[in-house]
Structures are given as structure tokens and as C-alpha cells.
Design a protein around this ligand. Structure first.
Ligand code: ADP
Ligand code: CP
Length: 322
């Protein structure tokens, strides 16, 4: 199949105004990101794109709840909100990328695969919601909302405010992986596992059923990378490099770290749950299977990062960071 690179786009990277962006604003953010991915495709990389949906799925869920409260319209189950964001964001990436290739005179085809991702109904994460979705709130706002909706849960998200959380089971199989592989083999740029994939459970006789949750897109991306034998996993997010002591006066950006060093920083709690921790865990899982290298960076640094001139590189060999 040739060397495949998977590039994950963070859902937060597509949102600037905490829930007040228009669809056009989001499309413009997608267009900015796509330019950097098109550079990679133009340079000859076989690219698969995945994306998050944390903010967007929370907005969709809230729209549905408000329509239910105000107009009595049937609420949309969370799993369908995920499917809606996968289609909506996938459409924007697919169109922006098609247009970018056309602008450059590149003869490249793009396709988005509606992707179901299998989870276990016994996953303990169903009992303990951890995935932040939707807007950021102040502590006071979140407490007021908890009084109005006693079943809602909130967490503090990396110093950025409080967010509602929903269950996030671990992905165990990418149902459409064979279709994704076929498209890669046919030289398509493929967009897949959007929003972490649509969570489904396997029933008798190889049938599936949706289940309400939001799968972490970093874990889903890592599993897809493993199942299609990708060499490189690139996770793009809001920062150019992963840091230790993030947000503190002694913050330090990391450019190259080994698996052992990464584990040590993880044990020292440098990576918060719900933001940087899943990216690190997904990276380690990929490298400990058959993955060759992982890069964590922001979209604008992609071109330099693949030349090892930017980003945080997690590698299998031992390196000393200090
Ligand atoms: N140790 C860290 N190093 C760098 N960024 C961190 C760290 N810990 C938390 N962050 C924050 O986490 C963000 C990435 O998480 P998040 O925005 O939830 O991901 P996504 O881009 O996938 O939506 C970064 O943009 C940064 O603000
Ligand atoms: N599903 C998911 O992990 O989305 P974000 O990357 O936007 O949080």
C-alpha cells in the first residue's frame, strides 16, 4: 500500500469563538488547515485525515435539547449527534481539500468514509463520563447548569474553563477499515473516523447498533493507524509542541522524546486527562504496536514537522531530553 501517514485534526482547532462561530467560520478554519495537509499530499505523502468533534457534538446535542425543551421536538440521541458531526465536518474537509487540489492543479481524489467504530457495552467508561464536549463555561455558569440539569457532569479542561462531559469508551475495531484501505490503495485521500467514529456495539450475527457516547478521536485514529498499517501518526492540535509544566512559569516545549521519557512525564502528571493525555496515550499505543513515529504539532507547522524542524516527535529509540 506504500507508506501511509495519518493526520488527525483537533475539533477545538476548528472553533475560535466558544460556540458562537458560524458554519462559514468553521469552513474557513477547515480551509486554513487543509492547505497544510495539501502541502503534504503535494510532497508525495499518502495521507489519511481524521478529525475531532468535541466542541461540535456538544453544540449539536445542546441544540437538540433546546429544540426539545422549547418546541417539543424529539431530542437527537448522542450517537446520532456524532454521526451528524462526522458528516458535516467530513463534508467541509472533503470540499476544502478537493478545491485546494483543483487550485494547485493536482489530480487527487478525496472521499469521506462514514465510519462506525465498535466499542464494548461493558466498557467502564460508560459509568464515568470524561469526554469534554461543547462550549467552555465559568465555574459559576457550570454550577448553575448543574442545578437545572442534575444529571449533567462537568470537568475543568486544561485551564480553559469548565465543560460538560459524556461517556467515552475505548475503540476496539474500525468497522469500515477494509473500505478505507481500498480507497487508500486507489490513491484517494481518505477522511475517516471523524469525531472518533460513530460508536456502535456488535450484536449477534454480525449486526451493529449505535450507542450514546463520544469516542476520543486520538484513540480512534491510533487504532485506525494500527489496523491499516500506517507508518506515521501526526496529531495536530492548538499547540506547536507538547510541553512539560504546561501553563506554568517553568513550561518547557519538547522536540524529541522517547517512549520511556514520555511515560515518565505521564507519570509526573504533565498531561491532563481530556486534552493532552489521550494524545500521548494514543501515541504510545501506536508506537508499541507497529507504528514508526508520532508527531504532535499544530496544523501550520506540519510541513516543517515532517522534516523534523518543528513539533514534538515521539520516537522508539532512547534520547536524552535534559
Ligand atoms: N502538556 C501540555 N502541552 C501542550 N499543550 C497542553 C498540555 N496540556 C494541556 N494542553 C492543552 O491541550 C490542548 C489540546 O487538547 P484539546 O484542545 O482538547 O485537543 P484537540 O485539539 O484534539 O481538540 C492544547 O492546545 C493545549 O491548550
Ligand atoms: N471526538 C474527539 O475526540 O473530539 P476532539 O478531538 O474535538 O476532542
Amino acid at each position: 500500500m506504500g507508506e501511509v501517514t495519518i493526520v488527525a485534526i483537533g475539533g477545538n482547532a476548528l472553533v475560535k469563538e466558544n460556540g458562537l462561530d458560524s458554519i462559514q467560520d468553521q469552513y474557513e478554519a477547515v480551509q486554513e488547515t487543509v492547505v497544510h495537509i495539501a502541502d503534504m499530499v503535494e510532497a508525495g505523502y499518502k495521507v489519511v485525515v481524521t478529525h475531532g468533534n468535541g466542541p461540535q457534538v456538544g453544540f449539536g446535542l445542546r441544540r437538540s435539547e433546546i429544540a426539545n425543551e422549547v418546541a417539543g421536538m424529539p431530542a437527537i440521541p448522542l450517537v446520532n449527534c456524532v454521526a451528524d458531526t462526522q458528516g458535516g465536518i467530513g463534508y467541509q474537509i472533503q470540499q476544502a481539500m478537493t478545491n485546494e487540489f483543483a487550485k494547485r492543479g493536482l489530480n487527487k481524489k478525496v472521499a469521506t468514509v462514514i465510519t462506525q467504530v465498535e466499542v464494548s457495552s461493558d466498557d467502564p467508561n460508560f459509568e464515568n463520563p470524561t469526554k469534554p464536549v461543547g462550549s467552555f463555561f465559568t465555574l459559576e455558569q457550570s454550577e448553575k447548569m448543574k442545578e437545572e440539569h442534575p444529571d449533567w457532569k462537568f470537568i475543568e479542561d486544561s485551564g480553559r474553563g469548565y465543560r460538560r462531559v459524556v461517556p467515552s469508551p475505548k475503540p476496539i475495531n474500525i468497522v469500515e477499515k477494509d473500505a478505507i484501505k481500498l480507497l487508500i490503495d486507489s490513491d484517494f485521500v481518505v477522511i475517516a473516523v471523524g469525531g472518533g467514529g460513530i460508536p456502535v456495539v456488535k450484536l449477534a450475527n454480525n449486526t451493529y447498533e449505535g450507542i450514546d457516547a463520544v469516542i476520543d478521536k486520538d484513540f480512534a485514529t491510533s487504532l485506525l493507524a494500527e489496523q491499516i498499517d500506517a507508518e506515521t501518526l501526526i496529531i495536530t492540535t492548538g499547540v506547536s509542541r507538547v510541553c512539560i509544566n504546561f501553563g506554568k512559569p517553568n513550561q518547557r516545549a519538547l522536540d524529541k522524546i522517547s517512549i520511556e521519557e514520555t511515560k515518565q512525564f505521564m507519570e509526573e502528571n504533565h498531561f491532563p486527562a481530556g486534552s493532552m493525555l489521550p494524545k500521548i496515550e494514543a501515541s504510545l499505543s501506536f508506537l508499541e504496536k507497529n507504528g514508526k513515529r508520532v508527531i504532535i504539532t499544530n496544523p501550520e507547522s506540519l510541513k516543517e514537522a515532517i522534516k523534523e524542524e518543528a513539533g514534538t516527535h515521539i520516537i522508539k529509540e532512547k534520547v536524552a531530553v535534559l
